[in-house]
Design a protein around this ligand. Structure first.
Ligand SMILES: *[C@@H]1O[C@H](CO)[C@@H](O)[C@H](O)[C@H]1NC(C)=O
Ligand SMILES: *[C@@H]1O[C@H](CO)[C@@H](O)[C@H](O)[C@H]1NC(C)=O
Ligand SMILES: *[C@@H]1O[C@H](CO)[C@@H](O)[C@H](O)[C@H]1NC(C)=O
Ligand SMILES: *[C@@H]1O[C@H](CO)[C@@H](O)[C@H](O)[C@H]1NC(C)=O
Length: 472
């Protein structure tokens, strides 16, 4: 009878409805947990909640049924390592005092050398009274290679000042020119712990001898038989193109290599450190989320099966057009290619150990560019090659790119800075993405680069090798 089935149906329907609702909620719950697990934002105890909230807000399917609390999620993520501290100096517990010697005459190289050696030995860290220092596996230490362009350095500092989490990092400046002007710029930094180190075998300290230019050095373009006849220095060692060394182009590679030895192996404060080291140069500009992004990349690297061996993280790229709305949270994987992935590189001691094992290849490869040399190592010496994870929307900009090779009216550093700041401002809502995900593989093939030369002189090779022995 129709009138009897109707109440029966009414009784069954809610049960079925509840059962299917329960199943849906269960499936969504599992899916969501997996998602959160794979996209953890480090150093932020609210990260889980934020990711969840974001998902809840942005999905029509997830209404109010999903109840997740943070402690549960943390259990799922296994033992937390982020609290592991490798370097700890509490604020107000730093006893060392900074001995500032100003008015060192710039022409008295003896005095500059003494001062450089003293400062390298002291390893003084500024601003520890205020910030202390607590570094662990999730930290990012920043190392800036500085030559002599004070106006660029100031612009870089303006960008670093705005970086989220900068007060928790250690900012190291590696100088190959000792100058009052540069030192006083660095000493004004009040937003994070700061250390200066000085490349001791610099051209500044050796203006008339190696590694500067010796009066008897062979001119670049002299032919070898002629060079042998006039008995200029190292006439027997032109580069593979028959050219002799040009002092002004050789320093950068020496400095780059020395700096890594010094930072990883000589600085007391870095001895126990296993986290990321980000390499910058004086003419860069960084986005405010650069540290956060690197920490997220480092985490994604550990979680994603495709990136476990991406030992190089690159926060910058040179793409002409940048789409933050589409690519802000996207990374690309591939082999590390020097010309594409050399800006905003970050890696840990783990990769450094492998680079160091290739010291002889590094120092004997006939190319004065450190980055081409590194690509050569990746191809010929470093086990499994160097794989990179790079940001598709750049977090590092090269202000100085118009300095050397390009000359245009937009090449004033201050104009370039304004351009970048406008770009970042108009993409503000896309910075600090909630999650990072892999958005493709780089299609560029790794090949052994053809050496550019400029590194044929025996003296360069020997100096380079000496850094590995803790000399210099
Ligand atoms: C925690 O750290 C230890 C030692 O550094 C490491 O072996 C382990 O894999 C880490 N665990 C997680 C979940 O990252
Ligand atoms: C490094 O770790 C050792 C052993 O845990 C500790 O004694 C030492 O103080 C640490 N060094 C620094 C600079 O934190
Ligand atoms: C700092 O100096 C005080 C006295 O000047 C001394 O008692 C203390 O042990 C020092 N601390 C460290 C970490 O060297
Ligand atoms: C340079 O400084 C050193 C050490 O202070 C001093 O002995 C020397 O006389 C100075 N030389 C010149 C040329 O001023």
């Amino acid at each position: 009878m129709p009138t009897l089935t109707s109440p029966l149906d009414m009784r069954f329907r809610p049960v079925r409805l509840i059962r299917s609702l329960f199943m849906i909620v269960l499936i969504l719950f599992v899916f969501l947990n997996l998602h959160v697990l794979m996209n953890f934002e480090p150093n932020n105890s609210d990260a889980y909640d934020r990711t969840l909230l974001y998902k809840l807000r942005h999905s029509n399917n997830l209404k109010a049924h999903v109840q997740t609390d943070r402690s549960q999620l943390q259990d799922l993520d296994g033992p937390e390592n982020s609290s592991k501290v490798e370097v700890l100096i509490l604020p107000n517990q730093y006893n060392q005092t900074f001995v500032s010697r100003h008015n060192i005459p710039e022409h008295n190289l003896t005095q500059i050398k003494l001062e450089i050696d003293r400062r390298n030995a002291d390893q003084y860290v500024h601003n520890l009274q205020k910030y202390g220092l607590s570094l662990g596996p999730e930290s990012v230490v920043i190392v800036v290679q500085v030559h002599d362009r004070a106006n660029y350095l100031k612009i870089l500092l303006d960008s670093l000042r705005k970086v989220k989490g900068i007060e928790k990092t250690l900012l190291i400046f590696s100088h190959d020119v000792f100058s009052e002007q540069l030192n006083s710029i660095v000493e004004t930094i009040d937003f994070c712990p700061v250390m200066q180190i000085f490349f001791p075998v610099s051209a500044q300290l050796h203006p008339k001898e190696f590694p500067g230019e010796h009066p008897n050095d062979c001119p670049r373009n002299v032919k070898k038989d002629q060079a042998l006849k006039i008995k200029c220095n190292n006439a027997n060692h032109p580069d593979k193109y028959g050219h002799y060394r040009e002092a002004k182009y050789c320093q950068t590679k020496h400095h780059w290599f020395w700096k890594l030895f010094h930072v990883f192996d000589q600085l007391t404060v870095m001895k126990n450190y296993t986290g990321l080291v980000l390499l910058l140069e004086e003419d860069y500009y960084v986005a405010p989320d650069v540290i956060t992004i690197l920490q997220m990349m480092n985490h994604l690297k550990k979680k994603d099966k495709d990136c476990k061996d991406c030992r190089m993280l690159t926060a910058g790229n040179y793409d002409k057009t940048q789409s933050y709305s589409i690519n802000s949270g996207k990374v690309e994987l591939g082999h590390w290619i020097s010309s594409r992935h050399n800006m905003g590189m970050a890696f840990t001691r783990d990769l450094w150990k492998d680079i160091k094992k290739c010291t002889s290849e590094f120092c004997n490869f006939d190319d004065y560019n450190w980055d081409w040399t590194l690509q050569h190592l990746s191809m010929k010496c470093i086990p499994d090659k160097v794989k990179v994870m790079k940001m598709k929307a750049t977090r590092v900009f090269h202000i100085g790119e118009c300095g050397v090779h390009h000359k245009g009216k937009n090449c004033q550093p201050d104009n370039k800075k304004k351009q970048i700041e406008t770009q970042l401002q108009s993409n503000k809502q896309h910075l600090f993405p909630n999650v990072l995900s892999v958005g493709g593989q780089s299609k560029f093939k790794l090949r052994d680069p053809k050496p550019n030369g400029g590194w044929g002189d025996k003296r360069d090779r020997e100096l380079c090798l000496s850094f590995a022995k803790g000399q210099g």
